[in-house]
Design a protein around this ligand. Structure first.
Ligand SMILES: Nc1nc2c(ncn2[C@@H]2O[C@H](COP(=O)(O)OP(=O)(O)OP(=O)(O)O)[C@@H](O)[C@H]2O)c(=O)[nH]1
Ligand SMILES: [Mg+2]
Length: 352
């Protein structure tokens, strides 16, 4: 899963990036502290991998990964060159979803670029800039397509579609149902709003409630983050950190909660492969069929797919070994149309 972080300057984007990625990116009390993008990658925590690793006495564990890109802050007018402009958005065009950081914390030492905490105003400001940046892309494409549209029917259709898209975005309407082709439009990506709050302000926070309300209307998700606290907890070991977080009212770390929210938003699940060489997690879309899932591992496995031997993770663990699970009839032979479930441990039989 790849996520790109957007938000106003001083909303806490780099602080969240640091807390999640265990990184040391510059996070400072003055706006526009991030100029060049920060990128990072961390393993997606999955306790099941460790269990299988021990069961198979495997040589290696390969978890799924979370990639994140933290960029400069957007302000009203970034598209016209205000602040640091909007060129840096090119670094997040290819992400699966946007993490939109919204400032809900007050701190006299950290100036807000506009006056006072106002999540809905901030969200609208940033989202408008994403739309403006998308319109630039659409217009550039339109200029290219229009040239050939007089003589080419396909291009004519594409031109009509692009005009529809442009009109929708310009009038603030949703582009749902309009074919965006291969244009990587930021305003059309799934959004995870990160409500960044001070410690002790996670419950009954009216700012956070507003963000939940906005997200619900826009089919987005919300993730409440105490980024500053979490980035400060990094010096602690895992156990101490968890204990501390639990005392603060969080049952999971920011990374765990972000992963859960992101997978939920994008409809992602994991299936597993296990053997003496390697135990590994693979990320797929919910509803993905066995043959397509096999293609995640290698295109040969998809092309030459014969069948999949499947056992649910819990069944495998309760049985103790793969052989025991097989004996108990818990290992199924599934065809290419089988809809893969989260935690399926799969062995693909193929022939090329
Ligand atoms: N009190 C408080 N301060 C925070 C919180 N989150 C971030 N900060 C502080 O706010 C300041 C700005 O944070 P950054 O993470 O640099 O903000 P940014 O969104 O990356 O800002 P730019 O890179 O300038 O766009 C830093 O001094 C952080 O320590 C929070 O939840 N509470
Ligand atoms: Mg920053």
């Amino acid at each position: 899963m790849k996520l790109g972080i957007v938000g106003l300057p001083n909303s806490g984007k780099s602080t969240i990036f640091n807390a999640i990625m265990h990184a040391g990116a510059e996070a400072a009390f003055y706006p526009f502290s991030t100029v060049n993008p920060n990128t990072g990658m961390v393993p997606v925590p999955d306790n099941r991998l460790q269990v299988l690793y021990e069961m198979y006495k495997a040589k290696a564990v390969t978890p799924a990964t979370l990639e994140m890109v933290d960029i400069a802050g957007l302000v009203k007018g970034s598209g016209r060159g205000e602040g640091l402009g909007n060129q840096f958005l090119s670094h997040i065009r290819e992400v699966d979803a946007i993490v939109h950081v919204v400032r809900c914390f007050t701190d006299d030492n950290v100036p807000h670029v506009y006056d006072g905490i106002d999540p809905l105003r901030d969200i609208e400001t940033v989202n408008l800039e994403l739309v403006f940046a998308d319109l630039e892309i659409i217009e550039r494409k339109l200029a290219k397509v229009s040239k050939g549209a007089r003589t080419d029917k396909n291009l004519l259709r594409e031109e009509e579609n692009l005009i529809k898209l442009k009109d929708a975005l310009e009038s603030g309407q949703s582009a749902d149902g309009i074919d965006c082709g291969d244009l990587p439009l930021l305003s059309q990506k799934p959004v995870l709003y990160a409500a960044n709050v001070n410690e002790g302000e996670t419950e009954n926070n009216p700012h956070v409630e507003k963000i939940f309300g906005h997200a619900k209307k826009n089919k987005s998700s919300v993730f409440v983050s105490c980024a500053k606290l979490e980035s400060e907890l990094q010096s602690l070991d895992d156990e101490e950190r968890e204990l501390f977080l639990r005392e603060m009212g969080f049952s999971q770390t920011g990374l765990d909660r972000l992963i859960t929210a992101g997978y939920e938003l994008l409809g992602l699940i994991s299936f597993l492969t296990a053997g003496p060489k390697e135990v590994r997690a693979w990320t797929i879309k919910r509803g993905c069929r066995a043959q397509q899932a096999a293609g995640k591992i290698h295109s040969d496995l998809e092309r030459g797919f014969i069948r999949a031997e499947v056992v649910a993770y819990d069944d495998l663990v309760h049985s103790g070994t793969y052989a025991a699970a097989k004996e108990r009839g818990l290992v199924r032979s599934e065809g290419k149309e089988y809809v893969v479930k989260d935690g399926d441990v799969m062995l693909i039989r193929f022939n090329v």
